[in-house]
Design a protein around this ligand. Structure first.
Ligand code: URA
Length: 209
């Protein structure tokens, strides 16, 4: 699992545990996801290219670092990706945002695309795809496949939780795409849910069901 980064920072793990609890309210689930996404953004952007620029402080001129190149793109897989997107945008407010609408066919568990909207000049940009749950891997694989048509500079995938089946599926289809996650849970059940997991992320973020 060389291309999988489990972010086992105590703050990340503590917040994830609170989110897993079935009694966590919609309000606290959403707030915790937001905070977790900020912490994960910190890790996923660690290797961003920098350039040096001349600036003037109130006291003198100096050479200082800024992020290089065209703005990063966060691509949110609708609808649950929105929960991670909001937190990431609070840390990288200048990032561009793309959306992919995919729903999971409840019978076949395959991904069906209904929406796709990306910023311009994707070939000059680094992409971070966000979706809280990497379960069967079908949505992630379909999203990455579609994005690769636009030939971005790089693609990373960020989820909150995954399982061995999801990691294996995404890595087999797209071995060049690193996965960032807070935990790899035990297994997938026959309905495509992660166990022990946290339930349906979309329902918990939006208070639906
Ligand atoms: N999607 C979810 O929201 N939860 C799971 O456990 C699996 C997929």
């Amino acid at each position: 699992m060389s291309n999988v980064h489990v972010i086992d920072h105590p703050l990340v793990q503590h917040k994830l545990t609170l989110m897993r609890k079935k009694e966590a309210s919609t309000n606290s689930f959403r707030r915790l996801l937001n905070e977790l996404a900020m912490l994960m953004a910190y890790e996923v952007t660690r290797d961003m290219a920098m350039q040096e620029v001349q600036i003037e402080t109130p006291l003198e001129t100096m050479t200082a670092k800024v992020i290089d190149g065209k703005k990063l793109v966060f691509v949110s897989i609708l609808r649950a990706g929105t929960g991670i997107l909001d937190g990431m945008l609070s840390v990288v407010p200048g990032a561009r945002v793309g959306h992919i609408g995919l729903y999971r066919d409840p019978k076949t568990l395959t991904a069906v695309e209904y929406y796709f909207k990306m910023p311009q000049n994707m070939h000059d940009r680094d992409v971070v795809v966000v979706d809280p749950m990497l379960a069967t891997g079908n949505s992630a694989i379909a999203a990455v496949e579609r994005l690769k048509e636009l030939q971005p500079k790089s693609i990373k995938f960020v989820c909150l939780l995954t399982c061995p089946e999801g990691v294996a599926a995404l890595q087999q289809a797209h071995p060049d795409v690193p996965i960032y996650t807070a935990a790899i849970d035990r297994q997938l059940d026959e309905h495509g849910y992660i166990l022990p997991g946290l339930g349906d992320a979309g329902d918990r973020i939006f208070g639906t069901k």
